[in-house]
Design a protein around this ligand. Structure first.
Ligand code: PLP
Length: 420
């Protein structure tokens, strides 16, 4: 994607825009699947719900993990077989559960005993059985993940101790087939050893749960949470190290459970690197010794750039992608000899800062900047309605060229739902 004609893309689709590299998506999912052939890779649409992005990942072997009716509809419309879909989330509605049962999804990842009872009732009412995987809140906590998900009180999943003590749970839910367990122990994991540790724990846990509940283990979902480096000092996740350490572990499990589906969920890892948030500089100015590039892009599209998991602002990688379209004539804006820029957006809040003191050459209005590694948790995880600028355009670049895969919101779109 480095040799994309960014100026051309900006002219065709406008800015700000998210640009996704289809090749990068394909390479990433393929690399993960080839490194870990014992695992089925389920793409977490939460990280990027664009159907075109999912289409690329699916055509390279990704299955789907969804958490809303829109995500479910997206993957079914893409032709995903229901047996390759998991529905997960702590507050599923009756309508969502009913859709899962009606479509015969492989499994609902169940997050509470009450939800299990609701699934049993819905399936019973329809005269069918529904497969369920129990999401477990493990009595185990990991370090090395930016967001710890185990060993603490959580709204997610059922406490390990409660599941192990659940006795005749299966008998009490005759319309449900409990087929296995799921656990998700964190996100932004950059250390392969943490994933190995988590997986070791979850595989062992799955056997203990199967014994305690008297079920046949048909599926184990080890979660995932593989990260990408965004900030200085962070290193690329070492997929080869993961392969070397996980393969014997999975092989041993496989030997004991030859027919069990082994599932890994991946969101950020598949999409982050493939996305660039393309913005145009509107104004440049100095304030008390600090230089600002005020762009047409902002944190309403890229909330993560404000700062994830830390109080100190750290910058996403930001690059100058193309110079302004002007003819460089005598009234072209002057380019100051400045090498540190604070990159901001159009919102009326000091928080609308994409990058602080970013190393960039002198800038002028019309220059195109790109925030790299932005393909995950972009606009869909940002306050796109704040100040009513709306959703940006999204563009997918493949070997067939670049195409618009989401329209930018218009003023009419933004106002259509109000009832004055
Ligand atoms: C958010 C989430 C994912 C995806 O996480 P990434 O860090 O983007 O890979 C997977 N599983 C569950 C349960 C999640 O909540």
């Amino acid at each position: 994607m480095d040799d994309l004609n960014w100026r051309d893309l900006a002219e065709r689709f406008g800015t700000p825009a998210y640009v996704y590299d289809g090749d990068a998506l394909a390479r990433r999912v393929t690399a993960l699947r080839e490194a870990l052939p014992d695992l089925e890779v389920f793409f977490s649409l939460k990280s990027n719900p664009n159907p075109a992005v999912y289409g690329v990942l699916r055509s390279h072997g990704a299955r789907a993990e969804v958490s809303s009716l829109a995500e479910l509809t997206t993957v079914l419309a893409a032709g995903t077989p229901p047996e390759d879909v998991l529905f997960l989330g702590p507050g599923k509605s009756e309508g969502e559960l009913a859709a899962c049962v009606d479509h015969g999804l492989y499994a609902i990842v169940c997050e509470s005993f009450q939800e299990l009872a609701a699934i049993d009732r819905l399936a019973g009412g329809r005269g069918v059985r529904q497969r369920v995987m129990l999401r477990i809140n493990p009595a185990y906590s990991v370090s090395g993940s930016r967001l710890t998900m185990g060993g603490k009180p959580r709204q997610f999943g059922i406490d390990e101790a409660a599941v192990l003590a659940a006795g005749d749970l299966v008998e009490r839910h005759p319309h449900v087939d409990v087929v296995g367990v799921q656990a998700y122990l964190g996100t932004r994991i950059l250390d392969a050893d943490v994933v190995v540790g988590n997986t070791t724990y979850i595989l062992d846990l799955s056997e203990r749960v199967a014994t305690a509940l008297g079920i046949r283990l048909e599926a184990v979902d080890i979660g995932g949470g593989l990260g990408v480096p965004y900030f200085d000092g962070e290193e690329e996740f070492d997929l080869k190290a993961l392969r070397d350490k996980l393969t014997p572990l999975l092989a041993a499990f496989r030997a004991a459970h030859p027919d069990t589906r082994l599932i890994m969920e991946a969101g950020r890892y598949l999409t982050a690197d493939a996305g660039t948030y393309l913005m145009e500089v509107r104004y440049t100015k100095e304030s008390m010794g600090e230089w600002f590039a005020v762009t047409d892009g902002g944190t309403h599209h890229h909330m993560a750039a404000v700062g994830i998991g830390s109080f100190v602002k750290r910058n996403f990688p930001i690059e100058l992608l193309a110079r302004g379209g002007g003819d460089g004539g005598t009234d072209a804006p002057a380019v100051p000899a400045v090498d540190r820029w604070t990159v901001t957006g159009p919102l009326c809040t000091p928080n609308d800062t994409i990058g602080k003191k970013v190393a960039l050459p002198g800038l002028a209005p019309g220059d195109l900047l790109g925030v790299r590694r932005s393909g995950a948790y972009g606009p869909s995880a940002s306050p796109v309605l704040f100040l009513s600028h709306g959703y940006p355009a999204e563009v997918l670049v493949t070997e067939d060229g670049a195409r618009l895969v989401r329209d930018r919101d218009t003023t009419e779109d933004l106002l259509a739902k109000y009832r004055p």
